[in-house]
Design a protein around this ligand. Structure first.
Ligand code: BGC
Length: 736
């Protein structure tokens, strides 16, 4: 009896629920398939509702709560997306409520932000992360960034940037993972997976955005926003692979770049945006323009006015217009004139809605409003940030094993503008990061050497300027100590967007300080914090050891001090080449051979400087010594359908545990399209305990690893000899 009653009540409940559901439009039914929901919603929308979805505006420009409040009142509830500078979940919920309740169809808004290397917990800049050769750390840091972002209502980040770096004068080299195509691809995948999680609809997942599609890093002379001449071969060989990898990893969105691609701006480029991205790679998410990039088509001489710019961008394949309101204002007239087809608008809106549905925004639009203390900077986040910083630091020089500092050292002089800095070490694009959370270098050393050594400090000089008034004091402190830790570097505004520099040397005042301190006759450990490779020609001879710490974020101080003391063993390797002088740029490891490369003499190419750089890509020292031996292949000759294995043994010949990154390069000495001198095809980082050896294996799939592309993106595999290089060892193999 009781059972029958329960069944009866339950079925009434279920029936009434499904009855209520059936009264609702299909797109509001969480259990209907996403594509059906998208189509159902699309067919209910008016043109202006569609164009609003294709519009992104900015809210809370200066993160001032009352401005944000004003913005919220002013903007249409139909707006497709906001860049939201607030980190307040309550505010995010209000914006969302306005979109859901005050718009006719209740379409949620997508709140985006530049979460580049962390949201509140600031990790090392991406250029530094590339030096870890540990994409898993990047994946995990992106997971943490995504969690902190979602807890503030942000569901979309404009990251990762995967523009292969070619010119360190360009400030944005700080934002990607170095000069190599393959490693940018690996980090691209790691970042996408970290941000987007297992499922996009998960509570803490956010959508990634691959940027800046494409060729932006070739901006002429490193000048930001300038034109770039990207040949079809360079486009396919160097720039496309990280984007393809990111798309295959599921990146929901891409950002179209400011530059042009040999005459056709990237934000109006039908070939890259539609033929490649949508037709060839089948990307079904959407493309957002970079900031006012649609409007800038006029400046670039590609569009006559805003309406023309809007039509050209949307027709080429840009679905969302960032912050210039061109689509919403001008596309109606272009549609009337039949210059833009409704089918293109529908396709664009479909893509945007699809991403919103996938993110679960229709079904769970609001975020839990929890206290800041539980949202940010959790102990495990700090731990990971420290690990990332540790593995990204690169020991560039270590003469007479100055590092790690010996136990005999009892007086340490810490000098330089970076030593107590908490702001600049965070790097550019710090989102909601706060400098008061930074553990600086001096803090780290004090903790590390508590009761072990006396630490004295003076700034010595500022980042720039001509004030030498602290030089004498600095020299005095230096002269009274056993070692000088000289902390020099760049301000954070010297790299990042719109932060190009004609010279990549540090300002003269910092070089002068180093020269002055040399007079003390004490060992100098030069510590560098910067967002690009530096010209070190004058500084390098003054230093006994050089530790590149990049811009390590909030938590570089402890790992830095650990490396100085030897508690930690440095394992970072450069992901970008340091030229000797600015005039050598461009300089990267996988250049093509020059016409006289057989003469083996690098002299003569410049009269005033040898043509090798200060530090090559891949360079980095360790406190361990790794001996490579016994490089061998499973087969010397093989056919294209065979996989072969190449292995090398590496012994840690010291009594210090350490991590080694093995870089596997392929070179193709004769090809119908000349090939770079060598190409990185695989890397692996592993710990090798003191005195132990380990075998590293590279499995070669000829089609993947020995082929090259032509200027149409076609992959070509040619028979013949190849060389596999690992460290200084080389082995020949032959494809029959
Ligand atoms: C930058 C992008 C950034 C966007 C939004 C642009 O100026 O080029 O990288 O994502 O602004 O802040």
């Amino acid at each position: 009896m009781k059972r029958t009653a329960i069944i009866y009540i339950l079925s009434i409940f279920l029936f009434s629920n499904s009855f209520a559901q059936s009264l609702k439009p299909l797109y509001e039914n969480p259990s209907a398939p996403i594509e059906k929901r998208v189509e159902d919603l699309l067919k209910r929308m008016t043109l202006s509702e569609k164009l609003e979805q294709m519009t992104q505006r900015v809210i809370g420009q200066n993160n001032n709560a009352s401005n944000a409040e004003l913005d919220k009142r002013n903007y249409s509830p139909l707006t497709g997306s906001f860049i939201n500078f607030s980190n307040n979940p309550g505010f995010a919920n209000e914006i969302q409520r306005k979109a859901m309740k005050e718009s006719r169809l209740g379409i949620p808004v997508l709140l985006g932000m530049d979460v580049i290397h962390g949201f509140r917990t600031i990790f090392p800049i991406p250029l530094a992360q590339g030096c870890t050769w540990n994409p898993d750390l990047t994946k995990k840091s992106c997971e943490i960034a995504a969690k902190e972002a979602t807890l503030s209502g942000i569901k979309w980040t404009f990251s990762p940037m995967i523009d292969v770096a070619r010119d360190p004068r360009w400030g944005r080299v700080a934002e990607a993972y170095g000069e190599d195509t393959y490693s940018n691809s690996q980090f691209s995948v790691a970042a996408v997976k970290g941000y987007q999680g297992e499922k996009l609809s998960d509570k803490y997942s956010i959508s990634a955005c691959l940027k800046h599609y494409i060729g932006y890093s070739l901006s002429e002379g490193g000048r930001d926003y300038h034109a770039s001449d990207v040949s079809p071969l360079t486009l396919w060989e160097t720039f496309m692979p990280p984007y393809k990898a990111g798309v295959e990893a599921g990146a929901q969105t891409l950002m179209s770049a400011f530059n042009d691609i040999t005459g056709v701006p990237a934000s109006a480029n039908y070939f890259t945006l539609t033929e490649v991205l949508k037709n060839k790679w089948k990307h079904d998410g959407f493309v957002v323009s970079d900031w006012k990039a649609v409007y800038q088509l006029i400046d670039q001489g590609f569009a006559s006015d805003s309406a023309d710019a809007g039509a050209k961008a949307v027709n080429a394949g840009v679905e969302m217009d960032m912050n210039d309101e061109i689509y919403v204002k001008y596309l109606p007239e272009k549609i009337k004139q039949k210059e833009v087809q409704m089918s293109r608008i529908d396709d664009a809106v479909r893509r945007i809605l699809r991403v919103k549905f996938r993110l679960g925004l229709f079904d769970n639009p609001y975020v839990d409003d929890i206290a800041e203390a539980s949202r940010y900077l959790q102990p495990e986040s700090q731990k990971l940030a420290e690990k990332c910083a540790e593995e990204s630091m690169v020991l560039l020089k270590n003469e007479k094993t100055v590092l790690p500092l010996s136990d005999k050292i009892k007086k340490i002089a810490v000098i330089g503008p970076i030593a107590k800095d908490q702001v600049n070490v965070m790097g550019s694009w710090t989102c909601n990061g706060k400098s008061e959370n930074t553990i600086g270098l001096f803090d780290g050393l004090q903790k590390e050497y508590k009761n072990k050594a006396e630490i004295t400090y003076t700034k010595g000089c500022d980042f720039e300027g001509t004030d030498e008034s602290d030089f004498a004091n600095a020299l005095n402190i230096a002269a009274q100590s056993d070692v000088i830790i000289l902390c020099l570097g760049e301000k954070r505004g010297w790299s990042g967007e719109n932060a190009s520099r004609a010279s990549i040397a540090l300002p003269e005042i910092q070089e002068k300080l180093a020269a002055k301190l040399k007079e003390a006759g004490k060992p100098i450990v030069l510590v560098l914090s910067n967002g690009r490779p530096l010209e070190l020609t004058r500084l390098e001879p003054l230093a006994d050891a050089i530790l590149e710490i990049w811009q390590p974020g909030n938590f570089g101080g402890n790992p830095f001090a650990g490396i100085i003391s030897g508690r930690l063993n440095p394992s970072g390797r450069l992901d970008i080449t340091f030229p000797k002088v600015t005039g050598q740029i461009p300089m990267y490891y996988n250049m093509r051979p020059n016409a006289r490369s057989s003469m083996k003499d690098w002299n003569g190419l410049y009269q005033d400087v040898k043509n090798d750089p200060m530090f090559w890509f891949g360079h980095g020292l360790s406190y361990s010594n790794f001996v490579y031996y016994d490089l061998k292949t499973s087969k010397t000759t093989f056919t294209e359908n065979e996989t072969i294995s190449i292995e090398v043994k590496i012994k840690n010949s010291t009594n210090v545990d350490g991590q080694e990154t093995v870089f596997w390069y392929v070179s193709d000495p004769v090809a119908s399209i000349t090939q770079p001198m060598k190409k990185l095809k695989y890397f692996e980082k592993k710990e090798i305990k003191a005195g132990q050896e380990s075998t590293f294996i590279f499995r070669i799939d000829p089609k993947r690893d020995l082929s090259f592309v032509d200027g149409t993106g076609k992959s070509i595999l040619e028979k013949g000899k190849f060389f596999i290089e690992v460290n200084s060892q080389k082995l020949a193999i032959e494809l029959k």
